[in-house]
Design a protein around this ligand. Structure first.
Ligand code: MSK
Length: 639
C-alpha cells in the first residue's frame, strides 16, 4: 500500500490490524481502492449511461466530445436518471427490510409464527393509535394484526393517495407544504409532479420506469421523483421497520456497551453478526446465551459464546440488548484478520463479498443467511422466520464447532475498546427530558444549545476511516450544538469515546451543562440506518410542538463518509423533510450544472431542505453553525 495504516484510519485498532494486513498481504477495501486508481471520471460526474444497448454513452464535461448520447439524452438527463436509480436502490433496501418485519408481525399476530412474540405491547398500542386503529378493549394480537395490515398495505398501494404511515407521522406543516408543492410544480412545468409518497413499491417502480430508455428526460421531474421515492422510504419503509421492530423486540432504552475490536474475547467462541436486520440476530443472541449452547462451548474448551455486532445489525443489538459492537463498515475485514472470529453471520446490505475469501485464510465460518445475499465461498444457512429457533441454534453450533480449529499463532486482538451510552430512541430522549420536548425547546430557545445536527452513514475507503465523523462531531459539540445520529457514524463516535459521560468535557459550556444535568453524553446514538426514521420523528415532534415547519428548525443533517445508495435515499428524505444536508464525498452529479443547481439551490426555495458539499470538517461545522444561526434568527431567537 502507498499509504501508512494510520493514514487509512484514525482508529488505532484499525491501524494495528492494517499493519498485519500489509505484512501478510491481505486484500482490503483500501488496497482494492488503490488498485482501482485512477477511477472513471465520467462515473464520478454521473455523465455515463448504459440504460440501453445503443450505449454505453458518455459526455465529456469539458465539451470536447459529443454533447448527447445516441438517443439524444444530454448530461442533465443522464445525471438525474443515475441519481434517481441510486435513490430507488437505497429506498428498496430499507423498505424491503421494513416489509419483512411487517410480514413477521402479521405472522406473529395470526399465530402462524410462534418463534417470536410481541415483546412491546405498549409501543404497539401507541403505533396503532397513531394510525387511527382502535385499541380500546382489544386483544394485543388483534391490534397487532391490524397494524401489520396497514404496514403491509403501504408497500403495495396502487392508488394516488399518500400512504397512511406518512400521513400519520409527518408533521402537520410539512405535510401541507409537500401537498401544496404539487400545484407549484405543475405551474412551473405544466406536468403532474407529486412529492407525497404513494405505495412504497410503486415509487421505486416509477423510477425504474421513468428512467427506462425513452421516458423522462426532465432533470426536475427526475429529481422530484427521487425525493418522492425517498420520502416513501423515510416516512414509509424505514419507519415501518423501526416501529415494527420496536413492537417485536422492544423500544431501545439507555444502556452502556463497549465498542471496538477489543470486544472480541480470546477465551470465548466469537460470533460476529453483521448486516442490518435484527430478526435473525435477535434469535442468534438468544441461543448463544442459552445454557445449552454455553455448555456446548465449554465442551470445546471455550468459556461461552460471545456475540458481538458489526455495522447496523450491531446497532440494532446494542440498542435493544446491550450487545458490544466490534466496529463499523471498514472493520468487517479487520475483525476476521484478528484470527479470533469463529463465525461471521450476515443477513443483508453492506457485506463485502471479499469476506468469503478472507475467511478461508482462517478457521472462520462465513455464514450467509438471506436469499438476497448469496456470496460464493460462503456457507449458506438459509434463514426462515417460521423456523427461527432451529436455524439460529444450528448457526450458533456451527460457530462452536469452529472453535477447536482456531490457530493461536494467528490470533491478534487489539485491546482498544471504549464505553458508550447508547439506546436513545425518541421515547428515551423524551423520558430524559421529563416526558415532553419543552426542556429541549427551552435550552434551544435561550441559546444554551444552538441547534441540533443529525449525522448518518457509512465509512468510505476514500476518506480516512472515521476522520470526518469524529472531527465534525467534536467541532460541533464544542460549539454547543447537540449531535445525534445513526449507522456507522454512531459506531465511530462510540469507538472514540464520544458517547460516554467523559465526552461532556469536550462540549461547549452550554451543551456541557445540559448534558451534566440530564446525565447524558453530548453525542446520542439513535440506532441503525433504518432508525434515521427516529430522527425524522423527533424533528417532526419538535416542529409540531412549536407549530412551525421542520425547515424552520435549527437542525441540519450530514453524511460525511457516505458510501451506499441507501445514504442517497436518506439524504434525499431529509432534504424532502426540510433539512439542509451536508455530503462528503461529492455525489456523482457535478456533470450536470442543472441537477446540481436543483439540489443545492432550487430545493432550498421550494422545500427548505437542500444539499451542500464540503470536504473539510471545520469548514463543514462553520457552514452548519451559520445555517443554524440563520434559522435561529428566522425563529426570532436571535437578532
Ligand atoms: S451499515 S449503510 S455502511 S451506515 Fe447501515 Fe454502515 Fe452505511 Fe451500511
Amino acid at each position: 500500500m502507498g499509504t501508512r495504516p494510520d493514514q487509512r484510519s484514525v482508529d488505532p485498532a484499525a491501524a494495528a490490524m492494517l499493519k498485519i494486513s500489509d505484512r501478510e498481504g491481505f486484500d482490503t477495501a483500501w488496497s482494492r481502492l488503490e488498485a482501482q486508481q485512477p477511477q472513471c471520471g465520467y462515473g464520478q460526474l454521473g455523465t455515463c449511461c448504459r440504460n440501453c444497448s445503443m450505449g454505453p454513452c458518455r459526455i465529456d464535461p469539458l465539451e470536447e466530445g459529443p454533447r448527447r448520447g445516441v438517443c439524444g439524452a444530454n448530461a442533465d438527463t443522464m445525471v438525474a436518471r443515475n441519481l434517481a436509480r441510486m435513490a430507488a436502490a437505497g429506498a428498496s433496501a430499507h423498505s424491503d427490510h421494513g416489509r419483512k418485519v411487517a410480514l413477521l408481525l402479521k405472522d406473529v399476530a395470526s399465530g402462524r409464527n410462534t418463534d417470536y412474540t410481541i415483546f412491546n405491547p405498549d409501543k404497539l398500542m401507541v403505533v396503532a393509535a397513531r394510525l387511527g386503529i382502535a385499541t380500546e378493549g382489544r386483544e394485543t394480537l388483534e391490534v397487532a394484526g391490524d397494524v401489520a395490515d396497514v404496514a403491509i398495505a403501504c408497500f403495495g398501494a396502487q392508488g394516488e393517495e399518500t400512504i397512511p404511515f406518512s400521513t400519520s407521522y409527518m408533521p402537520e406543516k410539512r405535510l401541507e407544504l409537500l401537498k401544496d408543492l404539487e400545484g407549484t410544480l405543475a405551474e412551473m412545468t405544466g406536468a403532474r409532479i407529486g412529492l407525497m409518497p404513494r405505495g412504497i413499491d410503486r415509487e421505486v417502480v416509477d423510477i425504474m420506469h421513468r428512467t427506462h430508455f425513452g421516458c423522462d428526460a426532465d432533470p426536475l421531474s427526475l429529481v422530484a421523483q427521487s425525493l418522492r421515492c425517498s420520502l416513501g422510504d423515510g416516512w414509509g419503509g424505514s419507519l415501518i421497520a423501526t416501529e415494527c421492530q420496536d413492537i417485536l423486540f422492544g423500544t431501545p432504552t439507555v444502556r452502556t456497551i463497549k465498542a471496538n475490536l477489543g470486544v472480541l474475547d480470546t477465551d470465548m467462541v466469537n460470533l460476529v453478526v453483521h448486516g442490518h436486520e435484527p430478526v435473525l440476530s435477535e434469535k442468534v443472541l438468544e441461543w448463544a446465551r442459552s445454557p445449552e449452547m454455553t455448555e456446548a462451548a465449554r465442551a470445546v474448551g471455550a468459556k461461552g459464546v460471545n456475540v458481538v455486532g458489526l455495522c447496523c445489525t450491531g446497532n440494532e443489538l446494542l440498542m435493544r440488548q446491550g450487545v458490544n459492537v466490534a466496529g463499523n463498515l471498514l472493520h468487517s475485514e479487520l475483525a476476521i484478520m484478528t484470527g479470533a472470529v469463529e463465525a461471521m453471520v450476515v443477513d443483508v446490505q453492506c457485506i463485502f463479498p471479499s469476506l468469503a475469501d478472507l475467511s478461508s485464510c482462517f478457521h472462520t465460518r462465513f455464514i450467509t443467511t438471506s436469499e438476497q445475499t448469496n456470496i460464493p465461498g460462503a456457507l449458506h444457512i438459509q434463514f426462515e422466520e417460521h423456523d427461527a429457533n432451529a436455524i439460529a441454534r444450528r448457526i450458533v453450533q456451527t460457530a462452536i464447532d469452529a472453535f477447536p480449529g482456531r490457530n493461536a499463532a494467528k490470533v491478534y486482538i487489539p485491546q482498544e475498546t471504549e464505553e458508550a451510552m447508547v439506546g436513545f430512541s425518541v421515547e428515551q430522549i423524551l423520558a430524559a427530558l421529563g416526558g415532553t420536548p419543552d426542556p429541549l425547546v427551552e435550552v434551544i430557545a435561550n441559546g444554551t444549545i444552538k441547534g441540533v445536527v443529525g449525522i448518518v452513514g457509512c465509512n468510505n475507503a476514500k476518506v480516512q476511516q472515521d476522520f470526518f465523523h469524529l472531527s465534525l462531531t467534536r467541532e460541533l459539540i464544542k460549539r454547543d450544538i447537540l449531535v445525534l445520529g445513526t449507522g456507522c457514524w454512531a459506531i465511530a463516535a462510540a469507538k472514540a469515546g464520544l458517547m460516554n459521560l467523559d465526552a461532556q468535557q469536550q462540549a461547549g459550556p452550554g451543551l456541557k451543562a445540559v448534558c451534566e444535568q440530564l446525565g447524558i453524553p453530548p453525542v446520542l446514538h439513535m440506532g441503525s440506518c433504518v432508525d434515521c426514521s427516529r430522527m425524522l420523528v423527533l424533528t417532526g415532534a419538535l416542529a409540531d410542538h412549536l407549530g412551525v415547519d421542520t425547515a424552520a428548525l435549527p437542525v441540519v443533517g450530514s453524511a460525511p463518509e457516505w458510501t451506499t445508495e441507501k445514504a442517497v435515499a436518506i439524504g434525499s428524505y431529509f432534504v424532502g423533510s426540510g433539512l439542509p444536508v451536508h455530503l462528503w464525498p461529492v455525489p456523482p452529479i457535478l456533470g450536470s450544472p442543472v441537477v446540481t443547481k436543483i439540489l443545492t439551490e432550487s430545493a432550498k426555495d421550494l422545500l427548505g431542505g437542500y444539499f451542500f458539499v464540503e470536504e473539510d470538517p471545520v469548514a463543514t461545522a462553520d457552514r452548519m453553525e451559520a445555517i443554524i444561526m440563520e434559522k435561529r434568527v428566522g425563529l426570532g431567537l436571535e437578532k
